[in-house]
Design a protein around this ligand. Sequence first.
Ligand code: 5CA
Ligand code: ZN
Length: 400
Amino acid sequence: MRAWSSPDVPALPGRGLPVRLHDTATGSARPLEPEPVASMYVCGITPYDATHLGHAATYVAFDLLNRVWRDAGHDVRYVQNITDVDDPLLDRATETGQDWRELADAETRLFTEDMAWLRVLPPSSYVGAVEAIPLITRLIQRMEPSVYEVDGDLYFSVRTDPAFGAVSRLSEAQMRALFGERGGDPDRPGKKDPLDPVVWLKARPGEPSWDSPFGRGRPGWHVECAAIAMEYLGVPFDVQGGGSDLVFPHHEMSASHAHVVAGAFASLYAHAGMVGLDGEKMSKSLGNLVFVSRLRAEGTDPAAVRLALLSGHYRADREWSAAVLSEAVERLSRWRTSVAAGVGAPAEPVLAEVRERLADDLDAPGALAAIDRWTTTPGTDPGAPALVAATADALLGLAL
Ligand code: 5CA
Ligand code: ZN
């Protein structure tokens, strides 16, 4: 699949710092030591509806890591998938009488436009589930001793992976509850363990299906991301990322699929908090979505949207509201006034502090505070405004 085009990233003087990132699997921040190429997989959209501010917040969070890594001198291999065949997409297409492929194509195109608008750096590989089906079936074959059949559908036996549970560290009861809520089928008779996820669904009437060594059908969700990450990054890779709604079952299962064939998956599991509206997670079923494409159509300044998203820490569950956006609009305008002033307080300490804050588990609010302080400190350095603007652009993706 074609990704979006990259915004320019200005070069900064000196070098960024090695980054420490919170790891869900250990519950603590850990130094990342990507050598020689930094590698990251971030779970992409299921393209059945437009991108909302929650999705955008997650991609902007991992965009910070991409930018911090580049500033520290790494080449970055960034892979993102598109879940372009799955139950929610097929259900939506049926509801609206659309062809599922056309729905997926249209929503994927809208997403790539939204990402370019928000100055998110594109992935180096952007891979759809449908195009990855040969990779997925090959991985299922390699998983064979861990795979069994229930009425023609293939399941993965979680008990065959001794490390199962290591990503989320949840109790059995917590896993059971989340598995049922998030697309799993804990009560299906014939399974070895209620938590076993499907890896290949046999063809059903009216649904798309593809040939495979196990008969016609379509892939399960977790095996899609395992196969794409393993093929495009190899294991172990540095960071598996996504929103915290993916910790269990999705990231636990993808990791387990990879463990049984390769003994490893990601070195670190990073998760962005959920963005909500009116105290609720933004979601389709709650009907409380704010779409990026809507803000774009209304002529909102993309830098203000990005600044609003960065004003909260990426790991914190947080709220989107008109007030969050209008505060960002005002803040951005103050920053732009200072940058346009032609002179300012020396900017080298600002660059150093932004680098230091972002290297500490992507502390964007701390980085923004450093720029706030610069705007309120008088100074006469004629090079300062340009360096502050380059810092905001390269490290935070904000065009001042
Ligand atoms: N296609 C799968 C991942 S393989 C999927 O979860 N798609 S999605 O469209 O539902 O979500 C896309 C990304 O946005 C995921 O990383 C998900 O964790 C994140 N996300 C979804 N809702 C929110 C939210 N309210 N706040 C923050 N991030 C969210
Ligand atoms: Zn995924």
